[in-house]
Design a protein around this ligand. Structure first.
Ligand code: 6PG
Length: 253
């Protein structure tokens, strides 16, 4: 059953980050308690940075936590555009996580080969009937053009594969990428979108209100079959939303 998205609006980035931190920690505790592990897919981009930098403060059973990425830019780990590298510096290197708990995209390979091997690593965590894990928490951002992960406008709406290699030009960011597809994202137990700033107001209204725009607004393709969608946004990003909409629920925070 599709849950309608909950949109929580914050006055500033600190409050938005605190809420994301709380959701992350609570999801991890609940998943470990109920299933003995927490499997998450992290987002790239700038919006989640403050969350990543805050996570070393969390008291968690890190050895029971497994980290994937919703997408990755095919640049060396040392490149500032590499999402794994950003997260490793921000917190993975500081919490004593076993290397086997980090399932990164091997960007030293050609994108197609990296995508194939990433799909294989997903199968090691499969939750039947899926050949991949039902992520306990999937973090996603929203691009100014309505993309999320590396699902860009005009791309195939619902690829059959769990992982695909794509080329997409967005701002000054690396173009060759590997991304999970909606098939995988939509088996998540919980999806947490984070979006901040005036430039996200138009795509956010579109994604949440102009239904059946999945081709042009890829973030709209993320509709978990049996999972919760929460949007954490600031007041600027929420500027065009309608408090009375029946497509989403706004909760001021
Ligand atoms: C990436 C992300 C991408 C990002 C959005 C929003 O690798 O860049 O997967 O989907 O989440 O572009 O980025 P910002 O948070 O920087 O606005």
């Amino acid at each position: 059953m599709l849950n309608i998205p909950v949109v929580r609006v914050f006055s500033n980035a600190d409050q938005l980050t605190d809420a994301a931190f709380q959701i992350f920690v609570e999801s991890a505790h609940l998943s470990i308690r109920e299933r003995g592990r927490f499997v998450t897919a992290l987002a790239g981009g700038n919006t989640p940075r403050m969350l990543y930098e805050k996570l070393p403060q969390a008291v968690l059973e890190w050895n029971k936590m497994f980290f994937f990425w919703g997408d990755e830019r095919c640049v060396p780990v040392s490149d500032e555009g590499n999402s794994y590298g950003l997260v490793f510096k921000a917190f993975l290197s500081k919490v004593g996580l076993p290397a086997k708990n980090i399932l990164r995209v091997e960007t030293e390979l050609e994108p197609d080969e990296a995508a194939r091997r990433y799909a294989e690593s997903l199968t090691q965590f499969a939750d039947p009937p899926y050949n991949w894990p039902r992520f306990d928490l999937t973090l996603l951002g929203l691009g100014n053009d309505g993309h999320t992960a590396s699902l860009f406008p005009g791309s195939v709406v619902d690829p059959q594969e769990p992982v695909v290699a794509v080329t997409a030009n967005y701002e000054e960011r690396p173009a060759r990428r590997v991304t999970l597809t909606p098939k995988v994202f939509n088996s998540s137990r919980k999806v947490l979108f984070m979006a901040a700033g005036r430039s996200k107001a138009v795509p956010l209204r579109g994604v949440l209100s102009d239904l059946n725009k999945m081709a042009d607004l890829p973030a709209q393709r993320i509709r978990p079959i049996d999972g919760e969608v929460i949007w954490l946004v600031d007041q600027e990003a929420a500027g065009l939303l309608n408090i009375d909409s029946n497509h989403y629920q706004i909760r001021s925070s």
